[in-house]
Design a protein around this ligand. Sequence first.
Ligand code: AMP
Length: 282
Amino acid sequence: MEIVQNPADMYAWSKNQARAGKTVGLVPTMGFFHEGHLSLMRKAAELCDLVVVSLFVNPTQFGPNEDLEKYPRDFERDLALVRQEKVAAVFAPRPDTMYLPGYQTEVSVKELATHLCGKSRPVHFAGVATVVTKLFNVVQPDVAVFGEKDFQQLAVIRRMVKDLNIPVRIIGHPIVREADGLAMSSRNAYLDPANRRAALSLSTGLAKVRELAAEGERSVAALAKMLEKYIHSFQGTAIDYASFVHADTLELMDIVDEKTVLALAVHIDGKVRLIDNGYVLP
Ligand code: AMP
């Protein structure tokens, strides 16, 4: 497995593979791997000859008061995990090689980035869209695999690829969960045992909403009221948003239908912000 730091070397590697007729699948990540990341790598390996995993904690997608500095990192552990997968190369650039002095260009997806996480994280999606564009330009993948856990991110990337004629096939992959339902996340490493219990309010809240919807409740106002009360019954939870949105446009919905996704972002104990989502109807 190759470990590549320099963007120019990565580009040269990919060009060589393309010349040899190999297809490349990219899995963009910020590292600190869990089964969710590994499942994306396996999906990419099913679809392409070679898998490239990028590992880059992208500074431009963090706001000034967010967790860039303390974001969990363990490069050696990540490499050990990746070596067990069918991964041909890890691209782990240094921030100063991705953002050169004088850097001033960004990609922004206007409307989709204003909903949900965009409200509390105003710079986030421009940072994501920009770094993903850069990764696509450097790695030149045929396919890129993203998790549905970051539902809005996936919508933004799909829109961006369409709008800018980027020749990369975008594949979404289902959320991988712990045995008790908690969506896997690198940020779960921040949770102490009490906060770990509170973190279950997201997945079990989603399950409760699905239950009520299955019994026939279609009013978003009624479902939202129940959900807020339920989530706040867990100690230390504060809802950033609990929104019933259209899967494609992310616009708020009043009545639940087949396209309705419940998207959740909850602060736990003022320290950790977790997200989860899922379709309300089966
Ligand atoms: P991150 O390292 O958190 O930026 O995530 C890298 C990729 O892994 C993104 O496409 C995420 O959506 C995806 N991912 C993160 N957690 C999960 C999960 N629990 N299940 C599936 N995909 C995930």
